[in-house]
Design a protein around this ligand. Structure first.
Ligand code: PRX
Length: 637
C-alpha cells in the first residue's frame, strides 16, 4: 500500500486512536518514519501548554519540499502533481508533472536567491490562484524562507500591516488577478501597501493579466525576466536548505477578537506529518486520484489541502483560479467532469450559493468520477448537506465534515470517508492524536455524552501552531490562558449520545462570513476610521448564503443628507481598510449603544436584535440608558 498509515476500517480507526492516546510518541514516530528526514529526531515530543512550548521531532533535519517533490520525482516523475484550471474556461489549462513542478520550483528558488532571499527571511506572497502561487510557496520552503501568503481580496492597508508585522523583505505578486468577470489590480494594491513598508527591498511580479503596472526602479523585477536571466545549465538545480523540524515554515494571519490579526506560525516537521496524515486518512486518498480543493491558497485550507497535504502524499492536486458562479453556476461541476475529479473539498457557503441556482447547472454533467465530498470552514446546515449528498454525490459518496482552524494546521475532527460514519451537520470523531474536551465557563471538564460546552484540546498534535509571530505572549493569552493546560479553540460544541461532535460556532467575538474569519473589533475599527462615525458595534446574524452576515450599529456625528450615500461611504472605508469581504451587510444608524454603567457595550442585546429575537432581550434595567434599546429595536433592518 502507498500509505502504510492509512486507516481503512472502523476497527483500525479505534485501534489507531487508542494507540495515539496511550503512547503518542510511539504512534507519531511510526507515522513520521515514512517521510524523508536528513537526520532523525532526538525526541518525538516535548511540551507544556502553560508557556506554551510545543516541540515535535526535535533535533530532526529535513526539507519539506524533498517530501513534497524530490521523493516523487524519483518514484513517479511523470505523475501529475498540479492541474490548473483558469478563471475563463476558454483559456487553456495547465498540467504539471512532479518533474516539471520540481523544475519550476528550483528555478524560482534560484530567482529568490538572486534577489537576496535567505533562510529565515519572511516573504509576502500576494498572488492570484495560478500555478506560480504554488511555485512561489514551495520555492520559499525550499530555500528555508518563511512565506506569509496574503489572500488576494485583502486591501493595501491589510497587506501593509501584515508585511510590517513580519518584517518581510521580499514581496511576490502579479500584475493583476482575474476573478469572474473582474480584473483586480494586484500590483497597484501592492504599490499602495508598500508606501509604508521600509523592510521590503524587492518585489517580484508575475505577468498574469497584462494590465499596465508601474515598475519601481531598483525594487521591482518581472518574474519571467528573472527566470530567463538564470544560467541555463544550473537554473533548475537548487539545493534544498536543511531545516530543523521546529524551524518556521510559514506565517498565516488570522482574525481574533482583538482588532489586529495575528500571525499564526507553523513549523516544518509537525505540519508536514499532520497535513499528510489527515489528507490521506480523511479523504481516503488513493494514488492517481484527482483531489479538487476549491479554497484559495491565501487561506489555511489551501495551504494544507491544495499544497502541502496532497503534494507530500504524491497526489494530484487541482487548483482553480475562478469563482463557482462564473460564467455560470455549473463551473465546479464542469471541472469535475473535465478532469474526472475523485474528491471535491469545498465550503458550505459555496454549496448554499450553488443550491440557490437549483438543479439546472448540475444536470447533464457527468459527476460519476466523484468518490468523496468534503466540507470545511463553518457548520454545514442539514439542508445543504442533503443537497450535496443528493445532487453531487448521488447518495454514493461519503461526505466528510472536517472541523479545524488556521491554528490547528490540519483537520482535527472529521469522519474518515467511508471508514467511519458520516452524520449530517456533525464533524463526528476526533482524528488519532486529537483529544477534545468540552469545558464549562469555569474550565471544568464536562464528561459524559449529550452535553455541550466550549471545545478545548488537551494534548498536542503535530500540526498545531507554535506561536503567534513576534508576540508569544499573545499566543499564550489567546489560546492557552482561558483554561489551564488546555488549548482553547474559541468554538462551542456538543457531544451527542454516541460521542459524535457537532460544532455549533464561535463563542468569541469572531464572525464566520462565507467561511472566512473576521473579528468584530477589526470591522468596528475600520468603520470608526470614517470621519462621520463616532462609535460602532458589530455583530453577526444568520445569513442564508454566507452563514453569518455582518450587522453594524453606527453612531454618526452628523448624518449626511442621504443615508444611503453615508452607508456606501462607510462600506467603502471598510473595504479600503480590510477588504471587500468585511463590508457590512447591514448598517443601522443609532443615536446610542446599549452600555453598562461601566461603559461596556452589551453585545448580547445587539446580537439578539440583529437575529430578530426581539421579545427576550434579558435584563436591560442595568443599562446606562435603557431607552436606546427600544429605539434600536424599532428601527431594526
Ligand atoms: O468556527 C470554526 C469554523 O471555522 C473556524 C476556523 O476558521 P479558520 O481558521 O479561518 O479556518 C477555516 C478552515 C479550516 C473554526 O473555529 N469551522 C471550520 N470548519 C468547520 C467549522 N465549523 C463547523 N464545522 C466545520 N467543519
Amino acid at each position: 500500500m502507498m500509505y502504510p498509515y492509512q486507516i481503512t476500517s472502523f476497527e483500525a480507526y479505534q485501534e489507531a486512536y487508542k494507540k495515539s492516546v496511550e503512547n503518542p510518541e510511539l504512534f507519531w514516530e511510526e507515522v513520521a518514519s515514512h517521510f524523508v528526514w536528513k537526520q532523525k529526531w532526538d525526541k518525538v515530543l516535548d511540551w507544556n501548554f502553560s508557556e506554551p512550548s510545543i516541540e515535535w521531532f526535535k533535533g530532526a533535519k529535513l526539507n519539506i519540499i524533498e517530501n513534497c517533490l524530490d521523493r516523487w520525482v524519483e518514484t513517479q516523475p511523470n505523475a501529475t502533481a498540479l492541474i490548473w484550471e483558469p478563471n475563463d474556461p476558454k483559456e487553456p489549462h495547465r498540467i504539471l508533472s512532479y518533474k516539471e513542478l520540481h523544475e519550476e520550483v528550483c528555478k524560482f528558488a534560484n530567482v529568490l536567491k538572486k534577489n537576496g532571499a535567505k533562510k529565515g527571511d519572511r516573504i509576502c506572497i500576494y498572488m492570484p490562484m495560478i500555478p506560480e502561487l504554488t511555485i512561489a510557496v514551495l520555492a520559499c520552503a525550499r530555500i528555508g524562507a518563511i512565506h506569509s501568503v496574503v489572500f488576494g481580496g485583502f486591501s493595501a492597508q491589510s497587506i501593509s500591516d501584515r508585511i510590517h508585522d513580519a518584517q518581510c523583505n521580499i514581496v511576490i505578486t502579479a500584475d493583476g488577478a482575474y476573478r469572474g468577470n473582474k480584473t483586480i489590480p494586484l500590483k497597484s494594491i501592492i504599490d499602495d501597501a508598500l508606501i509604508n513598508c521600509p523592510s521590503v527591498d524587492n518585489v517580484i511580479v508575475h505577468s498574469r493579466t497584462g494590465i499596465p503596472v508601474s515598475m519601481i526602479k531598483d525594487r521591482d523585477v518581472w518574474w519571467h525576466e528573472e527566470i530567463n536571466s538564470l544560467d541555463k545549465n544550473t537554473a533548475s538545480i537548487c539545493h534544498a536548505e536543511i531545516m530543523d523540524a521546529e524551524d518556521m515554515l510559514f506565517i498565516l494571519y488570522t482574525s481574533g477578537s482583538t482588532g489586529k490579526p495575528k500571525g499564526v506560525v507553523h513549523t516544518c516537521g509537525g505540519y508536514m506529518v499532520w497535513t499528510n496524515y489527515t489528507f490521506v486518512n480523511v479523504f481516503q486518498y488513493q494514488q492517481g486520484q484527482v483531489h479538487f480543493c476549491t479554497a484559495d491558497i491565501g487561506w489555511i485550507t489551501g495551504h494544507s489541502y491544495i499544497v502541502y497535504g496532497p503534494l507530500s502524499a504524491g497526489a494530484t492536486s487541482l487548483m482553480f483560479e475562478g469563482i463557482p458562479t462564473w460564467p455560470d453556476a455549473g463551473r465546479f461541476w464542469e471541472i469535475v467532469e473535465k478532469y474526472k475529479v475523485d474528491i471535491i473539498y469545498t465550503a458550505p457557503t459555496a454549496i448554499r450559493s450553488l443550491m440557490s441556482f437549483g438543479k439546472a447547472p448540475v444536470e447533464g454533467k457527468d459527476l460519476t468520477s466523484l468518490k468523496v465530498l468534503g466540507t470545511v470552514g463553518e457548520p454545514i446546515n442539514e439542508e445543504a448537506w442533503h443537497w450535496y449528498d443528493d445532487n453531487i454525490g448521488d447518495n454514493k459518496c461519503p461526505i466528510v465534515d472536517t472541523w479545524w482552524q488556521t491554528e490547528t494546521g490540519g483537520i482535527l475532527i472529521s469522519n474518515l470517508a467511508g471508514v467511519t460514519t458520516a452524520k449530517p451537520s456533525f464533524a463526528t470523531l476526533p482524528l488519532p492524536g486529537v483529544q477534545p474536551v468540552l469545558v464549562d465557563e469555569q474550565g471544568k471538564e464536562i464528561n459524559g455524552n449529550e452535553v455541550s460546552g466550549n471545545l478545548c484540546i488537551k494534548f498536542p498534535w503535530p500540526g498545531m501552531l507554535r506561536t503567534t509571530y513576534g508576540d508569544h505572549e499573545r499566543c499564550r493569552l489567546t489560546y492557552f490562558s482561558t483554561y489551564k493546560n488546555l488549548y482553547f479553540t474559541g468554538d462551542g460544541c456538543m457531544r451527542d449520545k454516541v460521542g459524535d461532535y457537532r460544532i455549533t460556532g464561535r463563542v468569541d467575538d469572531v464572525l464566520n462570513v462565507s467561511g472566512h474569519r473576521i473579528g468584530t473589533a477589526e470591522v468596528e475599527n475600520a468603520i470608526n476610521m470614517h470621519t462621520g462615525v463616532i462609535e460602532s458595534a458589530v455583530v453577526g446574524y444568520p445569513h442564508d448564503i454566507k452563514g453569518q452576515g455582518i450587522y453594524a450599529y453606527v453612531i454618526c456625528n452628523a448624518l449626511h443628507e442621504d443615508e444611503t450615500h453615508t452607508k456606501q461611504d462607510i462600506s467603502q472605508t471598510v473595504a479600503r481598510i480590510i477588504g471587500a469581504i468585511a463590508k457590512p451587510d447591514k448598517i443601522q444608524f443609532v443615536s446610542g449603544l446599549p452600555k453598562t454603567r461601566s461603559g461596556k457595550i452589551m453585545r448580547r442585546i445587539l446580537r439578539k436584535i440583529a437575529e430578530g429575537e426581539l421579545s427576550n432581550l434579558g435584563d436591560t434595567t442595568t443599562l446606562l440608558d435603557p431607552s436606546v434599546v427600544e429605539e434600536i429595536k424599532n428601527n431594526r433592518l
